[in-house]
Ligand binder design. Structure first.
Ligand SMILES: [Zn+2]
Length: 304
């Protein structure tokens, strides 16, 4: 049986694949399931995704539309995946292969775009016309949604801000960090979770997981505070550059680092140094749907 109110969203991550069924009539997730991502073998990824869809449809007794959020994106020229940090997906015709296996047309979108459309539709950005969504986690991804529509750009690259260079670098920041994308000093190398862990190791000679570092900062540890000051300065510079070229109504933040409260309180206190007008009223808000934004946004891809 077909049901146009219930759509499936899949979040294809580097470590897990999650599926959820979103009921558009209530905006509630009525079913979700998560499995570990197969590693390094493309056909295992195809198999895992198709099994999840078939099992979910069987459980619901429904045939549903399917949207998938992926790291990277589908090239409009080759129709193949590119820029995925799950590198076994790159140069593979994921959209065509899955459409064939599932015997229906599906939609695939960059995971940060899924996050942003989710938050712009019924999340923290729901009351704003222009939303810049940022995932600060193991990487840095971002998306732009204007009037409830994902801005893709003519090359499908809109929002790939994490691989621009860190703006207004200090002397010590220049030319020091090589990125997996082949460039140097990408934003992702400065304001992602691994970047904070590496910085901590470099300054204090100790390896600590991000959660511990953030907890220590919250408890007022002086060493951590210095590290956090540096992080807040970098985030402020990065967001100031977004305001200077896009000037969104709101910046919505998700991912593991979105729990750092100083982003919301301290970044707006210092970003005016780099903002062209010297002042900005732009809101910075924490994502409402947390971990669910990926699957929710993927399901929203088929909302007409
Ligand atoms: Zn890069």
């Amino acid at each position: 049986m077909k049901n146009t109110n219930i759509n499936l969203g899949i979040d294809l991550g580097g470590t897990k694949i999650e599926i959820a069924a979103l009921d558009f009539s209530t905006n509630n997730i009525i079913y979700r399931h998560r499995i570990p991502s197969p590693q390094n073998v493309y056909k295992d990824t195809l198999q895992a995704i198709s099994d999840l869809v078939f099992e979910t449809e069987q459980k619901l007794g429904l045939e549903c539309q399917v949207g998938i959020g992926i790291p990277g994106s589908i090239s409009s020229l080759s129709n193949k995946v590119r820029n995925a940090n799950s590198i076994w997906l790159n140069d593979k015709p994921l959209l065509n292969d899955l459409s064939k296996i599932l015997r229906k047309s599906i939609k695939i979108e960059n995971d940060a775009n899924c996050f942003t459309i989710s938050e712009a539709t019924d999340g923290a950005g729901a009351n704003y016309n222009s939303v810049f969504g940022v995932i600060l986690g193991t990487g840095v991804g971002s998306g732009i949604v204007i009037n409830q529509q994902i801005v893709k750009g003519s090359n499908g690259l809109a929002g790939e801000w994490g691989h621009n260079p860190l703006p207004w670098k200090t002397k010590s920041e220049k030319g020091s960090k090589d990125c997996w994308c082949g460039k140097t000093d990408c934003i992702e190398k400065y304001i992602s979770g691994p970047s904070i862990e590496k910085e901590y190791l470099k300054i204090f000679g100790e390896k600590k997981p991000l959660k511990i570092i953030v907890d220590k900062c919250l408890k007022g540890d002086e060493n951590c505070s210095l590290l956090m000051d540096q992080f807040i300065s970098r985030v402020a510079r990065c967001f100031a550059s977004v305001i200077n070229f896009l000037d969104p109504d709101v910046i919505v933040i998700g991912g593991g680092l979105s729990n750092i409260e100083r982003i919301y309180t301290d970044v707006p206190k210092i970003w005016s140094k780099w903002i062209f007008s010297g002042k900005a009223e732009t809101k910075i808000l924490k994502a409402i749907h947390g971990d669910s934004s990926g699957v929710r946004g993927a399901a929203w891809l088929n909302k007409n």
